[in-house]
Design a protein around this ligand. Structure first.
Ligand code: ZN
Length: 66
């Protein structure tokens, strides 16, 4: 797993529109804690979704910003 430490920055609006519909846990339905890391060098966004109720990490995704 890439453990690169990138400072948190607010995602672009078109990115948040895309992810807002996927912000609930697929197991218990609780709202997920989403963290985003934007890499400005290769224009990608790493999204990590964690359910605080289940204590599991649901997914990690990488998006390309265009
Ligand atoms: Zn859950």
């Amino acid at each position: 797993m890439d453990t690169q430490d990138v400072a948190y920055q607010k995602p672009e609006s078109h990115i948040t529109d895309f992810i807002e519909e996927q912000n609930n846990c697929c197991i218990c339905g609780s709202q997920l804690e989403l963290r985003h890391q934007i890499n400005h060098y290769n224009l990608t966004v790493c999204e990590e979704a964690r359910c605080l109720a289940c204590g599991i990490r649901n997914r990690v995704r990488n998006y390309t910003v265009q």
